[in-house]
Ligand binder design. Sequence first.
Ligand code: ADP
Ligand code: MG
Length: 375
Amino acid sequence: MSVRVVARIRPLLKLECAKDTIVEGSPAGAERPGSPTLVRIPNPKNESESFSFQFHGVYDQEATQQEIFEKEISPTVKHLFGGFDVTIFAYGVTGTGKTHTMRGGKSLADRGVIPRLLSAIYRRSRKIEKDSGGETSVEVAMSYYEIYNDRVYDLFEAPEKRTAAGLPIRDNGGKTVVVGLSERTCWTLKEFEQLYDQANVNRSTSATKVRHLVLDRLNAHSSRSHAIVCIKVTQTSPTQTRTSTVSAIDLAGSEDNRRTDNNKDRLVESASINKSLFVLAQCVEAISKKQSRIPYRESKMTRILSLGQNNGLTVMILNLAPVRAFHLDTLSSLNFANRTKKIEVNEVENEPVFRAANGPGGAKPGPAHVSGANI
Ligand code: ADP
Ligand code: MG
């Protein structure tokens, strides 16, 4: 099974002009009008030519949050409850709609992938509990952290409580785990939403205190950190316990910061962001060329994502801005995505832990599974 790669082209924003539109989605063949799978973009060196890239799906400016969720994310929920891990990540330049896609806005229609996913998980949990006549129970636990300058910070911790070095990570039976990451059980969607909103405040007001996304997009803290939500679903019946995890990742902006006029402080951060996404690109290239050495260990983000190793069913959403101002960065995102779609991923089935029917002590503990690690 390969990584499923879908592109989403965002609408024009207020200050953008229709005449600067250069990226468009189009159907791959006349036989399927209305379902684009190609993205077209001019060759920057010769605009009379265009490049096209094919993906598993392409969503244009008209696509709603609901449509993205129903077509791309909703089908993964079944796998999750079947005991498989799922990874969903948004990749793209700052300002292309990654956070809009993953988190979205406050109104019901604007909600992004993550709140919709949780809503679907609770709905399915309640159904499973009801259908089993109350014999099976489902517990949903969440952890949420960011990777910033190659350091891992728990987003349930207030920024002032962070240690500069961040949390360590280590390998645990083939999965990378974040040591000391907190995990919160959320019994209802409402509980989840409260925790998620609070944690997002910790993300946007952390360390650098940069809050202004509009005036200086590139300066925003959130553009330079990877935010990772892990949802652990544990299903317990009288005979077994099964745990699986879905990880939803809003990656840092993939822009090439060498093209911007950075001051000295920013350069350190940019270099580091560049580094983890650069290492990711190298990993993707090495995997697609079937090389034996994949440089996962060269950044924390790639160790944690471990694309093509043990991240389970994987969906990548490539966010694109339609306008010329993003031309070169858009092209490099498209090239990255093109290589990513060739990566084979393993479906990781988490073995259920069975209980002895009448054994002393009754239930065994659930599977050894450290929060936030399983991506
Ligand atoms: P990123 O996280 O990739 O930096 P954002 O999600 O912050 O980008 O999006 C940049 C801007 O574009 C925001 O103002 C956001 O509301 C808007 N935007 C992005 N995608 C869409 C969309 N599909 N529909 C409407 N507005 C969008
Ligand atoms: Mg963002």
